[in-house]
Design a binder for this molecule. Structure first.
Ligand code: AMP
Ligand code: MG
Length: 497
Protein backbone atom coordinates (compact mmCIF):
# COMPACT_ATOMS: atom_id res chain seq x y z
CA UNK A 1 0.00 0.00 0.00
CA UNK A 2 1.45 3.33 -0.93
CA UNK A 3 1.56 5.86 1.84
CA UNK A 4 -0.53 8.98 1.40
CA UNK A 5 1.75 12.03 1.76
CA UNK A 6 0.32 14.32 4.38
CA UNK A 7 1.10 17.98 4.39
CA UNK A 8 2.41 19.95 7.37
CA UNK A 9 0.21 22.39 9.32
CA UNK A 10 1.97 25.25 7.51
CA UNK A 11 1.10 23.72 4.13
CA UNK A 12 -2.55 23.71 5.20
CA UNK A 13 -2.52 27.17 6.78
CA UNK A 14 -5.38 28.57 4.70
CA UNK A 15 -3.62 28.96 1.37
CA UNK A 16 -6.01 29.59 -1.53
CA UNK A 17 -3.64 29.45 -4.46
CA UNK A 18 -4.75 30.07 -8.03
CA UNK A 19 -2.68 30.24 -11.20
CA UNK A 20 -4.14 32.76 -13.61
CA UNK A 21 -0.68 33.84 -14.80
CA UNK A 22 0.06 30.33 -16.06
CA UNK A 23 -2.81 30.67 -18.53
CA UNK A 24 -0.70 33.19 -20.47
CA UNK A 25 1.25 31.97 -23.53
CA UNK A 26 4.12 29.78 -22.41
CA UNK A 27 6.81 32.28 -23.47
CA UNK A 28 6.02 34.07 -20.18
CA UNK A 29 7.15 31.39 -17.73
CA UNK A 30 8.79 28.05 -17.07
CA UNK A 31 7.56 25.44 -14.62
CA UNK A 32 10.25 24.86 -11.98
CA UNK A 33 10.51 23.51 -8.46
CA UNK A 34 12.32 25.31 -5.68
CA UNK A 35 15.65 23.55 -5.07
CA UNK A 36 15.59 21.93 -1.60
CA UNK A 37 17.93 23.30 1.06
CA UNK A 38 19.95 21.49 3.71
CA UNK A 39 18.65 22.71 7.05
CA UNK A 40 15.80 25.22 6.86
CA UNK A 41 14.97 27.30 9.91
CA UNK A 42 12.41 30.01 10.33
CA UNK A 43 14.14 33.36 10.91
CA UNK A 44 11.15 35.69 10.97
CA UNK A 45 7.47 35.51 10.10
CA UNK A 46 5.07 38.43 9.65
CA UNK A 47 2.08 37.41 11.73
CA UNK A 48 -0.04 40.53 11.13
CA UNK A 49 0.43 40.15 7.37
CA UNK A 50 -0.37 36.42 7.56
CA UNK A 51 -3.58 37.19 9.43
CA UNK A 52 -4.61 39.90 6.98
CA UNK A 53 -4.14 37.39 4.16
CA UNK A 54 -6.46 34.94 5.91
CA UNK A 55 -3.59 32.60 6.75
CA UNK A 56 -3.25 30.79 10.05
CA UNK A 57 -0.54 32.91 11.67
CA UNK A 58 0.04 30.38 14.44
CA UNK A 59 0.59 27.51 12.05
CA UNK A 60 3.02 29.68 10.10
CA UNK A 61 4.96 30.58 13.23
CA UNK A 62 5.38 26.83 13.92
CA UNK A 63 8.75 25.21 13.21
CA UNK A 64 7.25 23.15 10.41
CA UNK A 65 6.73 26.32 8.38
CA UNK A 66 10.49 26.49 7.76
CA UNK A 67 9.89 23.82 5.11
CA UNK A 68 7.28 25.97 3.36
CA UNK A 69 9.25 29.19 3.58
CA UNK A 70 12.45 27.61 2.26
CA UNK A 71 10.83 25.80 -0.65
CA UNK A 72 11.48 22.30 0.73
CA UNK A 73 7.72 21.77 1.08
CA UNK A 74 5.01 23.39 -0.96
CA UNK A 75 1.82 24.95 0.38
CA UNK A 76 -1.36 23.20 -0.68
CA UNK A 77 -2.28 24.16 -4.23
CA UNK A 78 1.15 25.51 -5.22
CA UNK A 79 2.26 25.12 -8.84
CA UNK A 80 5.60 26.93 -9.02
CA UNK A 81 6.84 28.81 -12.06
CA UNK A 82 9.73 31.13 -12.85
CA UNK A 83 8.51 34.23 -14.69
CA UNK A 84 10.21 35.42 -17.86
CA UNK A 85 11.03 39.09 -18.34
CA UNK A 86 13.62 41.36 -19.83
CA UNK A 87 14.88 44.71 -18.67
CA UNK A 88 16.92 47.78 -19.35
CA UNK A 89 19.67 47.63 -16.75
CA UNK A 90 21.42 50.99 -16.43
CA UNK A 91 20.13 51.75 -19.92
CA UNK A 92 21.10 48.44 -21.60
CA UNK A 93 18.54 45.90 -22.77
CA UNK A 94 18.99 42.33 -21.46
CA UNK A 95 16.81 39.22 -21.33
CA UNK A 96 16.42 38.26 -17.66
CA UNK A 97 13.66 36.31 -15.87
CA UNK A 98 13.38 34.91 -12.35
CA UNK A 99 16.91 33.63 -11.86
CA UNK A 100 16.50 33.08 -8.16
CA UNK A 101 12.79 33.20 -7.50
CA UNK A 102 9.68 31.11 -8.04
CA UNK A 103 6.04 32.13 -7.98
CA UNK A 104 4.10 29.57 -5.93
CA UNK A 105 0.77 30.95 -7.07
CA UNK A 106 -1.71 33.74 -6.48
CA UNK A 107 -3.28 33.65 -3.05
CA UNK A 108 -6.83 34.92 -2.74
CA UNK A 109 -7.22 36.92 0.47
CA UNK A 110 -10.46 37.01 2.50
CA UNK A 111 -11.33 40.36 0.89
CA UNK A 112 -10.92 38.78 -2.57
CA UNK A 113 -7.56 40.41 -3.37
CA UNK A 114 -5.26 38.32 -5.58
CA UNK A 115 -1.62 38.48 -4.44
CA UNK A 116 1.47 36.71 -5.73
CA UNK A 117 3.31 34.49 -3.28
CA UNK A 118 6.92 34.30 -4.39
CA UNK A 119 10.00 32.64 -2.92
CA UNK A 120 13.18 34.65 -3.51
CA UNK A 121 16.49 32.81 -3.19
CA UNK A 122 14.88 29.45 -3.96
CA UNK A 123 17.56 28.02 -6.24
CA UNK A 124 18.49 27.88 -9.90
CA UNK A 125 15.93 28.24 -12.67
CA UNK A 126 16.23 28.26 -16.46
CA UNK A 127 16.82 32.03 -16.12
CA UNK A 128 19.73 31.87 -13.68
CA UNK A 129 22.43 32.59 -16.27
CA UNK A 130 25.65 32.46 -14.20
CA UNK A 131 23.96 33.01 -10.86
CA UNK A 132 23.56 30.45 -8.10
CA UNK A 133 19.84 31.09 -7.65
CA UNK A 134 20.41 31.88 -3.99
CA UNK A 135 20.24 34.84 -1.62
CA UNK A 136 22.11 35.70 1.56
CA UNK A 137 20.38 36.06 4.92
CA UNK A 138 21.45 39.68 5.57
CA UNK A 139 19.97 41.11 2.35
CA UNK A 140 16.74 39.11 2.75
CA UNK A 141 16.29 40.42 6.31
CA UNK A 142 17.09 43.88 4.99
CA UNK A 143 14.32 43.58 2.39
CA UNK A 144 11.99 42.41 5.16
CA UNK A 145 12.77 45.42 7.39
CA UNK A 146 12.68 48.09 4.70
CA UNK A 147 9.60 46.81 2.87
CA UNK A 148 7.66 46.62 6.13
CA UNK A 149 8.84 50.14 7.06
CA UNK A 150 7.73 51.40 3.64
CA UNK A 151 4.32 49.81 4.11
CA UNK A 152 4.00 51.49 7.51
CA UNK A 153 4.95 54.81 5.89
CA UNK A 154 1.90 54.34 3.66
CA UNK A 155 3.92 53.75 0.48
CA UNK A 156 2.70 51.04 -1.93
CA UNK A 157 5.14 48.14 -1.70
CA UNK A 158 5.59 44.42 -1.95
CA UNK A 159 5.44 42.87 1.51
CA UNK A 160 7.57 40.32 3.30
CA UNK A 161 5.79 37.34 4.80
CA UNK A 162 8.77 35.41 6.11
CA UNK A 163 12.47 34.71 5.91
CA UNK A 164 13.88 31.21 6.37
CA UNK A 165 17.57 30.51 6.66
CA UNK A 166 18.75 27.57 4.56
CA UNK A 167 21.65 26.17 6.57
CA UNK A 168 23.72 26.48 3.39
CA UNK A 169 26.36 29.07 2.70
CA UNK A 170 26.17 31.25 -0.39
CA UNK A 171 29.43 32.36 -1.97
CA UNK A 172 29.68 36.11 -2.38
CA UNK A 173 32.92 38.01 -1.65
CA UNK A 174 33.02 35.64 1.32
CA UNK A 175 30.74 32.75 2.31
CA UNK A 176 27.51 34.06 3.84
CA UNK A 177 24.55 32.28 5.43
CA UNK A 178 21.83 31.60 2.85
CA UNK A 179 18.12 32.43 3.12
CA UNK A 180 14.82 32.51 1.27
CA UNK A 181 12.38 35.43 1.46
CA UNK A 182 8.65 34.96 0.90
CA UNK A 183 7.44 38.02 -0.95
CA UNK A 184 3.82 39.08 -1.35
CA UNK A 185 2.99 41.36 -4.29
CA UNK A 186 -0.08 42.64 -6.11
CA UNK A 187 1.73 41.03 -9.03
CA UNK A 188 5.28 40.69 -10.32
CA UNK A 189 4.42 42.01 -13.78
CA UNK A 190 7.04 44.58 -14.70
CA UNK A 191 7.87 46.96 -17.49
CA UNK A 192 10.41 44.25 -18.32
CA UNK A 193 7.63 41.67 -18.78
CA UNK A 194 6.22 43.81 -21.60
CA UNK A 195 9.71 44.29 -23.03
CA UNK A 196 10.08 40.50 -23.09
CA UNK A 197 6.78 40.21 -24.97
CA UNK A 198 7.79 42.93 -27.44
CA UNK A 199 11.19 41.30 -28.01
CA UNK A 200 9.45 38.01 -28.85
CA UNK A 201 7.76 39.84 -31.77
CA UNK A 202 4.65 37.87 -31.00
CA UNK A 203 1.86 40.42 -31.09
CA UNK A 204 -0.74 37.96 -29.86
CA UNK A 205 1.39 37.26 -26.78
CA UNK A 206 1.88 40.99 -26.19
CA UNK A 207 -1.83 41.67 -26.48
CA UNK A 208 -2.69 38.74 -24.22
CA UNK A 209 -0.27 40.02 -21.58
CA UNK A 210 -1.68 43.55 -21.84
CA UNK A 211 -5.26 42.32 -21.51
CA UNK A 212 -4.33 40.09 -18.59
CA UNK A 213 -2.46 42.82 -16.72
CA UNK A 214 -5.19 45.40 -17.26
CA UNK A 215 -7.91 43.01 -16.11
CA UNK A 216 -5.83 42.18 -13.05
CA UNK A 217 -4.91 45.71 -11.97
CA UNK A 218 -7.35 48.06 -13.71
CA UNK A 219 -10.46 46.07 -14.69
CA UNK A 220 -12.52 49.26 -14.91
CA UNK A 221 -10.45 50.34 -17.94
CA UNK A 222 -11.88 47.54 -20.09
CA UNK A 223 -14.63 49.91 -21.14
CA UNK A 224 -12.28 52.81 -22.02
CA UNK A 225 -12.26 53.99 -25.63
CA UNK A 226 -8.65 52.81 -25.99
CA UNK A 227 -8.09 50.35 -23.11
CA UNK A 228 -4.37 49.80 -23.81
CA UNK A 229 -3.65 53.53 -23.80
CA UNK A 230 -5.79 54.01 -20.69
CA UNK A 231 -3.77 51.28 -18.99
CA UNK A 232 -0.48 52.97 -19.92
CA UNK A 233 -1.83 56.22 -18.46
CA UNK A 234 -2.87 54.44 -15.26
CA UNK A 235 0.64 52.98 -14.89
CA UNK A 236 2.16 56.44 -15.51
CA UNK A 237 -0.09 57.93 -12.84
CA UNK A 238 0.85 55.22 -10.31
CA UNK A 239 4.56 55.60 -10.99
CA UNK A 240 4.38 59.39 -10.69
CA UNK A 241 2.64 59.05 -7.36
CA UNK A 242 4.99 56.32 -6.14
CA UNK A 243 8.22 58.13 -6.93
CA UNK A 244 6.88 61.33 -5.33
CA UNK A 245 6.09 59.36 -2.19
CA UNK A 246 9.58 57.84 -2.13
CA UNK A 247 11.13 61.26 -2.41
CA UNK A 248 8.90 62.81 0.24
CA UNK A 249 10.44 60.43 2.80
CA UNK A 250 13.99 60.54 1.40
CA UNK A 251 13.95 57.04 -0.11
CA UNK A 252 16.50 56.17 -2.78
CA UNK A 253 15.48 53.02 -4.68
CA UNK A 254 18.92 52.62 -6.13
CA UNK A 255 18.28 50.22 -9.03
CA UNK A 256 15.40 51.56 -11.10
CA UNK A 257 16.01 49.21 -14.01
CA UNK A 258 12.89 48.45 -16.03
CA UNK A 259 12.78 44.92 -14.58
CA UNK A 260 12.42 46.46 -11.14
CA UNK A 261 9.38 48.62 -11.91
CA UNK A 262 6.13 46.82 -11.10
CA UNK A 263 3.11 47.87 -13.14
CA UNK A 264 0.92 47.53 -10.06
CA UNK A 265 2.58 50.69 -8.70
CA UNK A 266 4.21 48.90 -5.78
CA UNK A 267 7.81 49.46 -4.78
CA UNK A 268 9.70 46.30 -5.69
CA UNK A 269 13.26 45.03 -5.43
CA UNK A 270 14.90 46.14 -2.23
CA UNK A 271 18.48 45.58 -3.28
CA UNK A 272 20.65 48.66 -3.00
CA UNK A 273 17.94 51.00 -1.69
CA UNK A 274 18.46 53.19 1.39
CA UNK A 275 17.08 56.28 3.09
CA UNK A 276 18.96 59.54 2.72
CA UNK A 277 20.01 61.32 5.91
CA UNK A 278 21.61 64.71 5.01
CA UNK A 279 19.50 66.20 2.23
CA UNK A 280 21.32 66.14 -1.08
CA UNK A 281 19.69 65.36 -4.43
CA UNK A 282 22.90 63.72 -5.68
CA UNK A 283 22.72 61.05 -2.96
CA UNK A 284 23.63 57.58 -4.25
CA UNK A 285 24.19 54.50 -2.09
CA UNK A 286 24.66 51.76 -4.68
CA UNK A 287 28.27 50.74 -5.16
CA UNK A 288 27.71 50.17 -8.89
CA UNK A 289 25.84 53.40 -9.68
CA UNK A 290 28.98 55.35 -10.58
CA UNK A 291 27.24 57.90 -12.78
CA UNK A 292 24.49 58.61 -10.26
CA UNK A 293 21.86 57.48 -12.77
CA UNK A 294 19.53 56.50 -9.93
CA UNK A 295 20.48 59.24 -7.45
CA UNK A 296 17.73 60.59 -5.15
CA UNK A 297 17.11 63.60 -7.36
CA UNK A 298 17.08 61.64 -10.64
CA UNK A 299 14.31 59.26 -9.68
CA UNK A 300 11.42 61.04 -11.41
CA UNK A 301 13.40 61.30 -14.63
CA UNK A 302 14.40 57.62 -14.38
CA UNK A 303 10.78 56.58 -13.89
CA UNK A 304 9.76 58.56 -16.95
CA UNK A 305 12.54 56.97 -19.00
CA UNK A 306 11.34 53.53 -17.91
CA UNK A 307 7.75 54.38 -18.79
CA UNK A 308 8.91 55.35 -22.27
CA UNK A 309 10.32 51.81 -22.59
CA UNK A 310 6.89 50.44 -21.55
CA UNK A 311 5.17 52.64 -24.11
CA UNK A 312 7.58 51.46 -26.82
CA UNK A 313 6.89 47.84 -25.94
CA UNK A 314 3.12 48.41 -26.09
CA UNK A 315 3.22 50.59 -29.20
CA UNK A 316 1.50 48.23 -31.68
CA UNK A 317 -1.46 48.04 -29.29
CA UNK A 318 -2.33 51.74 -29.26
CA UNK A 319 -3.24 52.18 -32.91
CA UNK A 320 -2.77 50.17 -36.12
CA UNK A 321 -1.24 53.26 -37.75
CA UNK A 322 2.26 53.56 -36.31
CA UNK A 323 2.44 57.34 -36.50
CA UNK A 324 -0.80 57.69 -34.55
CA UNK A 325 0.38 55.12 -32.00
CA UNK A 326 3.61 57.08 -31.49
CA UNK A 327 1.71 60.36 -31.04
CA UNK A 328 -0.58 58.81 -28.43
CA UNK A 329 2.30 57.21 -26.53
CA UNK A 330 4.39 60.39 -26.64
CA UNK A 331 1.59 62.51 -25.22
CA UNK A 332 1.07 59.97 -22.43
CA UNK A 333 4.77 59.91 -21.53
CA UNK A 334 4.94 63.72 -21.55
CA UNK A 335 2.10 63.78 -19.02
CA UNK A 336 4.41 62.18 -16.46
CA UNK A 337 6.12 65.45 -15.49
CA UNK A 338 2.89 67.25 -14.62
CA UNK A 339 1.57 64.23 -12.77
CA UNK A 340 4.78 63.91 -10.77
CA UNK A 341 4.87 67.64 -9.98
CA UNK A 342 1.27 67.52 -8.79
CA UNK A 343 1.97 64.60 -6.41
CA UNK A 344 5.22 66.12 -5.19
CA UNK A 345 3.70 69.53 -4.54
CA UNK A 346 0.64 68.09 -2.82
CA UNK A 347 2.91 65.95 -0.63
CA UNK A 348 5.22 68.84 0.23
CA UNK A 349 2.28 71.10 1.06
CA UNK A 350 1.05 68.42 3.46
CA UNK A 351 4.52 68.13 5.01
CA UNK A 352 4.48 71.89 5.59
CA UNK A 353 0.96 71.81 7.06
CA UNK A 354 -0.64 73.62 4.13
CA UNK A 355 -4.18 72.94 2.99
CA UNK A 356 -4.71 75.54 0.30
CA UNK A 357 -2.58 76.40 -2.71
CA UNK A 358 -0.66 79.58 -3.50
CA UNK A 359 1.37 80.24 -6.61
CA UNK A 360 4.55 80.84 -4.59
CA UNK A 361 4.39 77.53 -2.70
CA UNK A 362 6.88 75.84 -5.02
CA UNK A 363 9.37 78.67 -4.39
CA UNK A 364 8.88 78.38 -0.63
CA UNK A 365 9.54 74.64 -0.84
CA UNK A 366 12.61 75.08 -3.06
CA UNK A 367 14.04 77.66 -0.68
CA UNK A 368 13.71 75.21 2.21
CA UNK A 369 15.35 72.43 0.21
CA UNK A 370 18.21 74.72 -0.83
CA UNK A 371 18.79 75.59 2.82
CA UNK A 372 18.68 71.94 3.81
CA UNK A 373 21.22 71.11 1.16
CA UNK A 374 23.54 73.92 2.18
CA UNK A 375 23.29 73.01 5.88
CA UNK A 376 23.44 69.26 5.18
CA UNK A 377 20.28 69.03 7.28
CA UNK A 378 18.88 65.61 8.08
CA UNK A 379 15.86 65.13 5.80
CA UNK A 380 13.62 63.31 8.27
CA UNK A 381 14.52 65.40 11.29
CA UNK A 382 14.08 68.73 9.54
CA UNK A 383 10.48 67.93 8.67
CA UNK A 384 10.02 66.38 12.07
CA UNK A 385 11.16 69.67 13.59
CA UNK A 386 8.52 71.47 11.56
CA UNK A 387 5.97 69.08 13.04
CA UNK A 388 6.83 69.92 16.62
CA UNK A 389 4.99 72.49 18.68
CA UNK A 390 6.75 75.85 18.43
CA UNK A 391 8.09 75.61 21.98
CA UNK A 392 9.70 72.22 21.27
CA UNK A 393 11.15 73.16 17.96
CA UNK A 394 14.46 74.88 18.56
CA UNK A 395 16.63 71.89 19.46
CA UNK A 396 15.66 70.08 16.26
CA UNK A 397 15.70 72.74 13.58
CA UNK A 398 19.17 74.00 12.81
CA UNK A 399 19.63 77.54 14.08
CA UNK A 400 19.94 80.82 12.25
CA UNK A 401 20.03 79.68 8.65
CA UNK A 402 16.37 78.74 8.71
CA UNK A 403 15.19 81.90 10.50
CA UNK A 404 14.06 83.98 7.57
CA UNK A 405 12.56 80.99 5.79
CA UNK A 406 10.61 80.13 8.92
CA UNK A 407 9.16 83.64 9.06
CA UNK A 408 7.89 83.27 5.49
CA UNK A 409 6.46 79.87 6.26
CA UNK A 410 4.75 81.10 9.43
CA UNK A 411 3.17 83.95 7.55
CA UNK A 412 2.10 81.53 4.79
CA UNK A 413 0.42 79.38 7.45
CA UNK A 414 -1.76 82.31 8.48
CA UNK A 415 -3.13 82.58 4.92
CA UNK A 416 -5.35 79.53 5.17
CA UNK A 417 -8.64 78.89 6.92
CA UNK A 418 -7.45 76.00 9.08
CA UNK A 419 -6.32 76.50 12.67
CA UNK A 420 -2.70 76.08 13.84
CA UNK A 421 -3.75 72.84 15.52
CA UNK A 422 -5.15 71.47 12.25
CA UNK A 423 -1.97 72.44 10.44
CA UNK A 424 0.15 70.77 13.12
CA UNK A 425 -1.90 67.58 12.88
CA UNK A 426 -1.43 67.57 9.10
CA UNK A 427 2.34 67.92 9.44
CA UNK A 428 2.47 65.17 12.03
CA UNK A 429 0.49 62.86 9.78
CA UNK A 430 2.87 63.43 6.84
CA UNK A 431 6.30 63.70 8.44
CA UNK A 432 7.59 60.43 9.86
CA UNK A 433 9.34 60.60 13.21
CA UNK A 434 11.50 57.67 12.25
CA UNK A 435 12.79 55.90 9.15
CA UNK A 436 14.96 52.78 9.03
CA UNK A 437 18.31 54.50 9.38
CA UNK A 438 21.14 52.72 7.64
CA UNK A 439 23.34 52.24 10.69
CA UNK A 440 20.41 50.90 12.73
CA UNK A 441 19.51 48.45 9.95
CA UNK A 442 23.14 47.29 9.76
CA UNK A 443 23.25 46.83 13.53
CA UNK A 444 20.13 44.64 13.38
CA UNK A 445 21.47 42.58 10.48
CA UNK A 446 24.85 42.08 12.16
CA UNK A 447 23.26 40.72 15.34
CA UNK A 448 20.97 38.38 13.38
CA UNK A 449 23.51 37.07 10.90
CA UNK A 450 26.54 36.76 13.15
CA UNK A 451 25.01 35.15 16.21
CA UNK A 452 21.34 34.51 15.52
CA UNK A 453 20.21 37.35 17.79
CA UNK A 454 16.95 38.64 16.31
CA UNK A 455 16.09 40.88 19.26
CA UNK A 456 17.81 43.93 17.73
CA UNK A 457 15.90 43.49 14.48
CA UNK A 458 12.61 42.96 16.30
CA UNK A 459 13.14 46.16 18.30
CA UNK A 460 13.93 48.06 15.13
CA UNK A 461 10.83 46.64 13.43
CA UNK A 462 8.69 47.75 16.37
CA UNK A 463 9.94 51.29 15.91
CA UNK A 464 10.00 51.65 12.13
CA UNK A 465 6.55 50.15 11.68
CA UNK A 466 5.08 53.01 13.75
CA UNK A 467 6.62 55.96 11.90
CA UNK A 468 3.91 58.49 12.61
CA UNK A 469 3.90 58.26 16.39
CA UNK A 470 2.95 61.87 16.56
CA UNK A 471 3.85 63.87 19.58
CA UNK A 472 7.44 64.41 20.52
CA UNK A 473 6.64 62.83 23.90
CA UNK A 474 5.84 59.57 22.17
CA UNK A 475 9.01 59.74 20.08
CA UNK A 476 11.12 56.62 19.93
CA UNK A 477 14.45 56.58 21.78
CA UNK A 478 17.00 58.96 20.27
CA UNK A 479 19.18 56.08 19.05
CA UNK A 480 16.53 55.44 16.34
CA UNK A 481 16.04 59.05 15.30
CA UNK A 482 19.57 60.42 15.24
CA UNK A 483 21.56 60.31 12.03
CA UNK A 484 24.74 58.24 11.87
CA UNK A 485 27.61 59.74 13.84
CA UNK A 486 29.50 62.38 11.86
CA UNK A 487 32.63 60.91 10.37
CA UNK A 488 31.15 57.40 10.01
CA UNK A 489 31.91 55.90 6.61
CA UNK A 490 29.69 56.84 3.67
CA UNK A 491 27.00 54.17 3.50
CA UNK A 492 27.33 51.75 0.56
CA UNK A 493 24.83 49.21 -0.75
CA UNK A 494 25.25 46.31 -3.12
CA UNK A 495 23.37 44.57 -5.93
CA UNK A 496 23.42 40.83 -6.55
CA UNK A 497 23.17 39.99 -2.89
P1 AMP B 1 18.10 42.29 -9.55
O1 AMP B 1 19.38 43.03 -9.62
O2 AMP B 1 17.80 41.68 -8.22
O3 AMP B 1 16.94 43.07 -10.07
O4 AMP B 1 18.26 41.01 -10.50
C1 AMP B 1 18.47 41.13 -11.88
C2 AMP B 1 18.43 39.77 -12.52
O5 AMP B 1 19.48 38.96 -12.00
C3 AMP B 1 17.14 38.99 -12.30
O6 AMP B 1 16.91 38.28 -13.49
C4 AMP B 1 17.51 38.06 -11.19
O7 AMP B 1 16.71 36.89 -11.19
C5 AMP B 1 18.96 37.74 -11.50
N1 AMP B 1 19.72 37.34 -10.31
C6 AMP B 1 20.11 38.12 -9.27
N2 AMP B 1 20.80 37.40 -8.37
C7 AMP B 1 20.86 36.12 -8.84
C8 AMP B 1 21.44 34.90 -8.37
N3 AMP B 1 22.11 34.84 -7.21
N4 AMP B 1 21.29 33.80 -9.13
C9 AMP B 1 20.62 33.85 -10.29
N5 AMP B 1 20.06 34.95 -10.79
C10 AMP B 1 20.17 36.09 -10.08
MG1 MG C 1 15.01 42.63 -9.75
Amino acid sequence: MSSIPHSSPAARAGWRLEHSYSLLPDIFYRRVRPVPVAAPRLAVVNQPLATSLGLDAEALAHDSSAGIFSGNDLPDGADPIAQAYAGHQFGHFTPLGDGRAVLLGEHISPGGARVDVQLKGSGETPFSRNGDGRAALGPMLREYIISEAMHALGIPTTRSLAVASTGQPVMRQQPLPGAVLTRIAASHIRTGTFEWAAASQNKVALQTLADYTRKRHDPELDSAANPHLAFLEAVIERQASLVARWMLVGFVHGVMNTDNMALSGETIDYGPCAFMEAYDPSTVFSSIDHGGRYAYGNQAQSAQWNLARLAEAMLPLFDPVEKRAIDLATAAIHSFSDRFDRHWLAGMRAKLGLFNEEADDAALIDELLDLMKRERADHTNTFRALSARVTDRSPLLAPTAFGSWEEKWQSRLTRQGQSPAESLARRQAHNPVVIPRNHKVEEALAAATSHGDYSVMNNLLQVVTRPYANSLDAAPPAEFTEPAAPGSCAYRTFCGT
